[in-house]
Design a protein around this ligand. Sequence first.
Ligand code: SAM
Length: 195
Amino acid sequence: MITFVVKGGKARTAPDFLLKDLPGSGGRMDLLCRCLTSSLLLSHGIRTDVEVVLCLAGPPSPPRTITVRGDAVRHLSPDERSTAILLQKALAAYRAGETVESTPGITISDIPFAEVVARNAKRLVVLDEGGADIRDVEHVPADACFVLGDHLGFTDEEQALLADAPLTVTVSPKVLHASQCIALVLNECDRRGII
Ligand SMILES: C[S@@+](CC[C@H](N)C(=O)[O-])C[C@H]1O[C@@H](n2cnc3c(N)ncnc32)[C@H](O)[C@@H]1O
């Protein structure tokens, strides 16, 4: 199972954002929705060997982490609106200090980004424009945990957390959207037969 961790530095942690204004009222919830569908959806199927961890920093509340497992999720469609509804349901189901399953395959907790990074320290692969070209990397672990920034990239504090990651890779000579990077990483994993 490979994992994509995406941080939403301004992503709203209350379920009250407007479905017609995901970028503004949702704090770039549109970006997280695209990352989620890029990670899990095939044209006619779902990647059962991929999970996605979305780290929402808020406001208004302390961080929320939503995990979506490809082998268990239901009702995931390519459109941002229905994906955002699944995330709203997760935010609405949140209970402090617990990990709650809001809909099949989707759980929410208050594990912060730093803790997500620490728990996956040995298998971290940071996506960064300045990293090694993924095409030149001999071994991409079959259980890699890829970490991506949002439209703001990583803060200095987050960069410090990621500084000791075993691998940092770039997927393009251009700076891309996080969801585009995910598509390129999956293409590389598919071609290598990792997943
Ligand atoms: C839109 S980019 C961030 C741009 C942000 N303004 C910055 O300067 O860091 C979102 C994320 O995608 C990933 N990313 C973008 N281009 C990449 C590349 N060529 N190779 C690897 N990762 C990339 C990084 O994780 C980045 O934080």
